[in-house]
Design a protein around this ligand. Sequence first.
Ligand code: GLC
Length: 441
Amino acid sequence: MKKYFFIMVFIISIIGNAQYKPTKENLEAREWFENAKFGLFIHWGVYSVLGDGEWVMNNQNISINEYEKLPKFFNPTKYDPEKWVLMAKNAGMKYITITSRHHDGFSMFESKASDYNIVKKTPYGKDILKMLAEACSKHDIKLFFYYSQLDWYRDDYFPRGRTGNGIEGRGEGDWNNYINFMKLQLTELLTNYGPIGGIWFDGQWDQHDWDGKRFGKINVDFKLNEIYELIHRIQPSALIGSNHHLAPNAGEDFQMFEKDLPGKGTKDFATSEDDIGNLPLEVCETINGSWGFNLKDRKHKSEKELIQYLIKAAGYGSNLLLNVGPMPNGEIQDEHIRSLEKIGKWISKYGITIYNSRKGPVEPNDKYVSTRVKNKIYIHILDSSLKNISIDNFDEIIKSIKYFDSEVKVNYKKSASSLTINLNKDNMNEIDTIIELTLKS
Ligand code: GLC
């Protein structure tokens, strides 16, 4: 019986997948995305006023009535979207993904579907997404919208999920109404901001059973087919991804990994290796320890950690979406601006080994990874104490091999199926020693 059930599930998933045929524009957008390699994630909402992350409503059990006061304090007079866009661009980033509505249910854009939005409820009164979209299009940066499927505010997010249950004042409404509301808002996001890069969904996990180790069955119907179809109908090239931590669903165009290199399993909710599909990949990570602005977060990652994470992501064939949480006045913390500048400096020199690359032939590990661009393979050595490396199953034919920086020839041995490289300390550096292999084409 169990066997038949799995066969049925398998067949249904194949039929589901077969129904979604990405358009030509969509496939081109996917390729653009895979080549882009590096983006800026922005978590910004009225929660930033409290300086305690974007989960503050849940974590401090702030009631609906209390939380409704927050928008009144949100007045980011220092918000300068062009500054953000240039900051991202100078860091070598090709796209920005910003929270349009997070789990607190507050819309950071003008919405006819709900008055609980930035234009209606804050003294600032302007649509920050619109302003950002204009700056992005001026500077040729693609804009994606993060959109939460989980909502701690609305009555019609009912039945409720696993989180936000200590928040007082939540009502009981009609799930179909919630689905219609999301469709209206997504239509707005896809029509009022010009061509967008895509939609980054989050929160589906709230409605899955969870035993602390694995996600179980889902308890509501998010009507993904209808919603994904709507998005692709309005903008065929808009890419859809969802942070559900499971294998991709039909209709999704890229797969994301939260605080985890694909398949590494560094988080208990991490997507397992078996669930990695064949879509473009994206890893997201925080620049400190928080997504939304957190005043007391001191875990700012070092230049080395950040650059190495970008390299590692590329070595896993993935993009990196690196997050900042702007302050309530609209500025980004100095520490983070400085870190982004340092990444930008590095990437302006070594970006050729990252952009447009695909996963190289070396199995990625903590000490070294590889990327591939056409007939070049770049081995990135992240541990400067290494004396040599040995790569098995390497059957490419090498034309030349040198240190990328100094152009000094590398000492190596090649057998039929493996490659051993002897490293020379004088040509190495702390962050990333790049070895460039040119293959016979
Ligand atoms: C998690 C969190 C959320 C954050 C997201 C980013 O799903 O719930 O706050 O936006 O990760 O990856």
